[in-house]
Design a binder for this molecule. Structure first.
Ligand SMILES: [Zn+2]
Length: 362
């Protein structure tokens, strides 16, 4: 994997990541294909709206259909018919957030499936084996995602596991698969710094900040984003995990992060909340009943080129499957446009203006 910085504006960066499956221009948004599908859209539609890389959740695919099944069907790219880069998370975050029961040990975590109650174990070796069999382009180390709020003592103990597991994952990295390290440390400056130092010392292909946007106040989260970015090497991609609210993305880019993921545009689309150049719209509102205008007059997506707000409101209220598809196409198109314009603003040295303009709209 190659990484080049094209231009910087303050700490904001426009970069290019080159992988064997194609190039990624950053700042980049990664749609989430939780179970091996970005909900409601096909790979062709994802390409049309501009997706260069997607994220898949290891925890979900491991439980169902199982990484061995995916591997026997040709690996994750062939399985889901997506030939561009895929990043897989380690499964750790979902083990911590979804499983009914979990027991963390020094070597990994025992957990109960949220689907059928069966017991499983994931440690660094399992996380690396699963991601290797899936065949993702970028794998993530197994980390202990420290919950919020946590005491300093607990956060420190959790951090020690994250560091130990990262070293074990690094030792198991396979050729041809990039591996990113993860910085935890809750909201404690000195823990974040210590974790960053140790993780950077191990020499990963990229670095992520984890354990943010887990319930802490926004202000605290933003403070930690600005604090963590400069602790990470300049010459490697920096990934702000699980953050995709565009206001937070602006903060992340200003701090110097390059990669973002979130279910927000796809989940909101299915709930009828749509992003536009004039702010958010809830399509179910009465005022759109006979509205012949497109969702967003400034948008050139398939949905906005062909459908009125009145129609989109009608199919949303009628629970037509097409509603989820058209809404998702629009929201993703909006996100990718936003990221392209943001990248352009960094290249042209106008990121600050871009940020203030959008902060007023979002
Ligand atoms: Zn649109």
């Amino acid at each position: 994997m190659l990484f080049n910085i094209v231009k910087t504006d303050g700490n904001a960066r426009a970069c290019i990541i080159e992988t064997a499956r194609g190039k990624i221009e950053t700042p980049v948004f990664m749609p989430v294909g939780t179970l091996g599908a970005v909900k409601a859209v096909s790979p062709d539609e994802l390409k049309e709206v501009g997706a260069e890389i997607i994220l898949c959740n290891t925890y979900h695919i491991y439980l169902r259909p199982g990484h061995n099944v995916v591997s026997s069907l040709g690996g994750i790219h062939k399985f889901m018919n997506w030939d561009r880069p895929i990043l897989t998370d380690s499964g750790g975050f979902q083990v911590f957030s979804l499983s009914a029961l979990r027991k963390i040990e020094e070597n990994g975590v025992h957990f109960k499936s949220h689907i059928d109650g069966s017991m499983h174990f994931i440690g660094p070796k399992e996380a690396m084996d699963i991601q290797s069999l899936l065949g993702s382009d970028i794998a993530m180390v197994l980390d202990d995602c420290t919950p919020y709020p946590s005491s300093f003592e607990y956060a420190q103990e959790s951090l020690e596991r994250t560091i130990k597991w990262a070293a074990e994952c690094k030792g198991l990295q396979k050729t041809g698969q990039a591996l990113f390290g993860i910085v935890q440390g809750s909201l404690f400056d000195n823990l974040r710094r210590k974790c960053a130092e140790e993780i950077v010392e191990m020499g990963f292909d990229g670095y992520a900040a984890g354990g943010l946007s887990v319930g802490e106040p926004k202000e605290e989260m933003h403070k930690m984003v600005y604090f963590t970015a400069p602790l990470l090497p300049v010459d490697k991609p920096r990934y702000l995990m699980g953050i995709g609210d565009l206001k937070d993305v602006l903060v992340g880019v200003e701090a110097g992060f390059d990669m973002f993921d979130c279910v927000m545009p796809t989940r909101n689309a299915r709930n009828g909340t749509l992003f536009t150049s004039r702010g958010r719209i809830s399509i179910k509102r009465e005022e759109f009943r006979s509205d012949r205008k497109p969702l967003d007059p400034d948008c050139r997506c398939y949905t906005c080129r062909n459908y009125s707000r009145g129609y989109l409101r009608h199919i949303f209220l009628s629970k037509e499957i097409l509603s989820m598809r058209l809404n998702t196409i629009h929201n993703l198109h909006f996100y990718f446009n936003f990221f392209r314009d943001m990248r352009k603003s960094v290249i042209e040295g106008n990121f600050t203006e871009f940020k203030s303009k959008w902060e007023a709209i979002l």
